[in-house]
Ligand binder design. Structure first.
Ligand code: HEC
Length: 106
């Protein structure tokens, strides 16, 4: 293949992949927001703005901290109760999509 064309194609693929990795699904984020309001907002605040300093600011979670998010939500942490059996893995995915819309590093 012509090398200029080849590098143009590779460049396009890299761009498309990075977009796919960072893009959040707006429908998922919307559904996640509803779950967040029901279960999380009492402590983590409306729109993730904390009402108290002892509660973790969810906007601080970075894009690569999804495993930490899932672990803390599933098993709880200190004053936060575990959500296992309450929040399903699908719902956790929706909440994560919502969190990413408001993240400090988005
Ligand atoms: C009863 C109050 C309360 C509710 C409700 C609550 N949290 Fe928390 N959450 C906390 C507190 C307090 C912390 C800080 C824990 C600590 O580090 O001591 C925390 C921390 C976290 C953390 C960060 C833990 C870490 O890894 O440092 C995540 C993620 C989190 N909450 C997600 C959620 C989600 C998602 C929901 C809704 C399903 C939720 N929380 C509901 C009180 C709450």
């Amino acid at each position: 293949m012509h090398s200029k064309l080849k590098s143009a194609i590779l460049g396009f693929l890299a761009l498309a992949l990075s977009f796919a990795a960072s893009a959040q699904d707006p429908a998922k984020a919307k559904a996640g927001e509803r779950i967040y309001r029901n279960y999380c907002a009492t402590c983590h605040g409306d729109d993730m703005v904390n009402t108290s300093t002892s509660t973790f600011d969810l906007r601080r979670l970075r894009a690569d901290e999804r495993p930490r998010f899932e672990n803390s939500v599933t098993n709880g942490k200190n004053q936060m109760p575990p959500w296992k059996g309450v929040i399903s893995p699908d719902d956790m995915d929706l909440i994560w999509n919502y969190l990413r819309t408001n993240a400090n590093d988005k």
